[in-house]
Write a protein that binds this ligand. Structure first.
Ligand SMILES: C[S@@+](CC[C@H](N)C(=O)[O-])C[C@H]1O[C@@H](n2cnc3c(N)ncnc32)[C@H](O)[C@@H]1O
Length: 498
């Protein structure tokens, strides 16, 4: 493990700006495949403070002087109070100040190239076809913000943004670099004393400041990652965060030193806690000398890890899956695939039922996980579309969605949905496993294949479970249905979830 050339200068900057690091316990080193990493240099007990960062050393809309110099009303007029554009512009501006910036010793060690799909070629992106990554990269949305908000703001204040530094510090490529630094390294740091759910002053006089969720970096993506709760900065369960999508970008901060920690599935052994004046990285487990000090990015699926951080997790999988991969992987199955599949068998007016369902459903895509269970909401939709007209009318009147119960009627539809979903990828699972054996694969291609394999494993395993169920249900469930009389409404007379 080598210490990177720039690390000593960063450590000097950190301590000169009142950061405190226990150099007898940890060091920064380059770990192959992981970039810079924090390593325990001796055995460390649980509950031990590894380093402290004064709040003023975090870099955010609250600490950069740009918004104030620009003028708060002009900031709002340019839409910089909404979404990510304002924070990215602050980062670009601080970097343009070079050694005059309070953060120069920090910004100079941040990465300028990334392995995230945001920077991939068309050929590399084609490797992700069928995965959840493709539609979420958001390069176009980010560039729209750059052209519509950032460029006019820069042109309006040439005293702050001198034209001779535009190409170097304020290009669209730099915008993507800064956005990617935020996406892969930022924390959510609320002001001291702010209760959860409580709005601060900035929110009150600009309520819409938090409404940009269609940006390249949705606020919730960052919030999911590290969320302070009772003084502790930790990731949030993504699924619990639907209501919190609208967040305050003023709370998003770059935290020097804390962002030197890597993460791996369920490996966290240190966490960032906050106090009134300082943030503290404290061990949550004993750490042996030589071990890596891991934070957590929220144990995300590989599709999200790749999109936000540019790496994937490969550890031992748990039953019913076997082999190696990411146990947090998921696969998305769009509702329109279910509708298309069930349409040939569906009863009544399919569109009416779909419209009614869309008004009540949580999402228009279902998420299958590594437990290989068919999502209950998917089964419910299949039931809804298969219902005889008389049962549909009853359900409609009662405002109830069918239960997500796997009955013989739905099994063939679910099997076809899973089979069709598998054809969305250009290669088969077996082909991908063989491809991964090639030691000459580029990092990007390898990571794309790992994401595909993770998703396909879940689909394949779920498919095999349902096929086994169908067999044990006695062969052809359609025949069975004829034998047992008219199709029974699967959720009929039962209490629905709504
Ligand atoms: C918060 S930074 C961590 C410090 C970073 N390694 C560095 O060199 O500055 C997050 C980045 O670290 C890398 N990283 C973190 N965990 C990793 C892992 N388990 N495997 C590979 N790379 C990882 C990814 O490039 C990610 O975007």
């Amino acid at each position: 493990m080598a210490q990177s050339d720039s690390t000593p200068a960063f450590l000097t900057w950190f301590t000169e700006h009142d950061g405190i690091m226990d150099t007898s316990s940890m060091l920064l080193a380059i770990v192959p495949g992981h970039g810079r990493a924090a390593i325990a240099s001796r055995d460390i007990p649980e509950g031990y403070t590894l380093f402290e960062i004064p709040r003023g050393l975090t870099l955010s809309l609250r600490t950069s002087s740009l918004p104030e110099k620009f003028g708060i009303s002009a900031w709002r007029k340019h839409g910089l109070h909404q979404g990510w554009a304002g924070l990215i512009l602050c980062m670009m501006w601080e970097e343009s100040l070079q050694e005059l910036s309070n953060w120069s010793g920090y910004l100079s060690i941040l990465p300028s190239s990334f392995d995230t799909p945001m920077f991939w070629s068309e050929e590399e992106l084609a490797e992700l076809k069928g995965t959840a990554v493709v539609d979420k990269i958001g390069r176009g949305d980010a560039e729209r913000d750059y052209h519509e908000k950032v460029t006019p703001a820069i042109r309006s204040r040439l005293d702050l943004f001198p034209p001779n530094v535009h190409d170097k510090f304020f290009s669209v490529e730099q915008y993507h670099v800064m956005g990617s630094r935020i996406l892969s390294r930022s924390f959510r740091v609320e002001p001291w004393g702010k209760e959860e759910g409580e709005e601060d002053d900035e929110e009150e006089d600009g309520a819409e400041a938090n409404t940009s969720t269609d940006n390249a970096m949705d606020v919730d993506e960052l919030v999911e990652r590290r969320h302070p709760e009772k003084g502790q900065l930790e990731p949030e369960e993504a699924s619990d965060e639907e209501d919190d999508e609208i967040e305050d970008t003023a709370d998003i901060a770059m935290v020097p030193m804390a962002d030197m920690l890597n993460a791996r599935f369920e490996s966290e052994n240190a966490k960032l806690f906050y106090e009134e004046e300082v943030l503290k990285m404290i061990t949550t487990k004993e750490i042996q000398a030589g071990e890596q000090i891991w934070n957590t990015y929220g144990d995300l699926p590989n599709s999200d890890l790749l999109r936000r951080y540019g790496h994937v997790d490969v550890v031992t999988l748990r039953p019913p899956l076997a082999g190696e991969g990411n146990p947090a992987d998921v696969v998305e199955i769009r509702a329109d695939l279910v509708v298309e599949t069930v349409s040939s068998r569906a009863q009544g007016n399919v569109q009416n039922r779909v419209d009614w369902w869309l008004e009540r459903a949580d999402d228009d895509a279902f998420v299958a996980e590594s437990d290989c269970e068919v999502p209950k909401e998917l089964i419910s939709l299949v039931h809804l579309l298969l219902l005889p007209e008389v049962d549909w009318l009853k359900l409609h009147a009662q405002e109830k969605l069918p239960k997500g119960k796997l009955t013989p009627e739905v099994l063939p539809v679910v099997i076809e949905v899973l089979q069709r979903r598998l054809t969305a990828y250009p290669t088969s699972l077996e082909e991908d496993v063989t491809l991964l054996e090639d030691p000459t694969l580029s990092t990007n291609k390898r990571n794309a294949i790992v994401v595909r394999v993770g998703e396909k494993r879940i689909l394949q395993c779920t498919l095999e479970r349902i096929q086994a169920l169908q067999q044990s249900a006695g062969g052809n469930p359609d025949k069975k249905r004829k034998d047992t009389g008219p199709t029974r409404h699967p959720g009929g007379n039962k209490k629905s979830r709504r």
